[in-house]
Design a protein around this ligand. Structure first.
Ligand SMILES: [Zn+2]
Ligand SMILES: [Zn+2]
Length: 357
């Protein structure tokens, strides 16, 4: 196992007590060695409630140092070394803003694409909220430190042993043009094991600027050996019409996106077969013909060994118990994916879950 991850929140609104937020660390290190906050919709308030329910949420028996005393929410956030944000929509940054003036511990970097940081600057403007972030390395310790994450680029170190590579993904468009969110490959450097986390995104099939295929192509060669866990949104149930998705996925689109990934995985496996020593004569022949044999169209079982955690389901808060919309969305995705036989495991991320990656 490479990472321990706690789901602080996984909803996509309107429930403000369960918004996108995840805390994680390398499995081999104690929480004290540094925590990465991935998205910051919910925060200390949610963690405080989760700790009341399960005081041992952040305690790892058998892992150094043995700690029996439960952490407090503010203690946990004092251990956060950096925030990693996919886009600046409020359901992903709410707690980052609200708690920015009361964070303790070492100075915290705020990693995101340039545009996302620019968007956050308009919040930390001394108008909407006090200016509690800066671009200056030498600035006060209490300020968040804006740090641009170049998209489509090499891996950037977040904390010791953990690095990230970001890709832009389309999250709808507005009067100013395309609105980008991000997908992150997060790697435990000592083993090269990764997980893939998507911020909000719309289907490539409906996007004016499709970008998700690039992410699937980067993921395909790693599946399932070094990449076997994916977090991706599915905000709406199947009944939602395509023209009211507002930059999000519904089960049909998520199933299709996973089929695109499965196709890319099969292409990679096919290419590896063609170039393996036993198949060399065939490869030579293909090169001479200046053509590569088309990969098998059957994608059944292509995603065997991969877990997909579904996140960002939009609640209805209509009084029905236990989030029936999330349950419905997961059932719909499972049925679609099983019909395609992709072999992928579909799981619901739930607030308060602890996930080993
Ligand atoms: Zn969102
Ligand atoms: Zn969003």
């Amino acid at each position: 196992m490479s990472f321990d991850l706690v789901v602080v929140g996984e909803g996509g609104g309107p429930d403000e007590t369960n918004l996108s937020a995840y805390l994680f660390k390398p499995s081999a290190a104690p929480w004290e060695d540094g925590i990465i906050a991935l998205e910051a919709g919910s925060g200390q308030g949610a963690v405080q409630k989760l700790l009341q329910r399960d005081p041992q949420l952040f305690n790892s028996p058998g892992q150094p140092p043995e700690r029996t005393k439960p952490y407090s929410a503010s203690e946990i956030y004092s251990l956060v070394r950096c925030f990693l944000i996919t886009h600046a929509h409020l359901d992903h940054v709410n707690s980052l803003v609200i708690s920015a003036g009361s964070l303790s511990g070492p100075r915290k970097r705020l990693f995101a694409a340039k545009q996302t940081l620019t968007d956050l600057e308009s919040v930390f403007s001394d108008r909407l909220w006090p200016n509690l972030a800066s671009w200056n390395d030498d600035d006060d310790d209490h300020k968040l430190l804006y740090t641009v994450l170049d998209m489509n680029d090499a891996y950037t170190t977040l904390i010791s042993d953990v690095s990230v590579r970001g890709f832009p993904v389309s999250h709808g468009h507005n009067a100013a043009g395309n609105y980008d969110s991000a997908a992150f490959f997060i790697r435990y450097d000592p083993t090269g094991h990764e997980f893939l986390f998507f911020g909000d995104l719309e289907p490539d099939t409906l996007s004016l600027s499709p970008q998700t295929l690039t992410v699937w192509r980067a993921a395909a060669p790693k599946i399932p050996e070094s990449l076997s866990t994916i977090f991706i949104e599915c905000s709406w149930p199947s009944s939602r019409s395509d023209d009211t998705l507002y930059g999000h996925l519904k089960p049909e689109h998520l199933a299709h996106e996973l089929e695109v990934l499965a196709t890319e995985v099969m292409k990679v496996r096919h290419a590896a077969q063609v170039s393996s020593p036993s198949a060399r004569p065939a490869r030579k022949k293909q090169r001479m013909n200046n053509a590569v044999a088309s990969p098998p169209s059957d994608v059944r079982g292509a995603l065997e060994g991969v877990r997909v955690f579904v996140i960002h389901c939009k609640d209805t808060l209509d009084g029905a118990p236990d989030r029936p919309i999330q349950t419905l969305i997961i059932e719909q995705i499972k049925a679609l994916v099983e019909a395609k036989g992709l072999g992928v495991e579909i799981l619901a991320a739930r607030q308060g879950m602890r996930i080993q990656i």
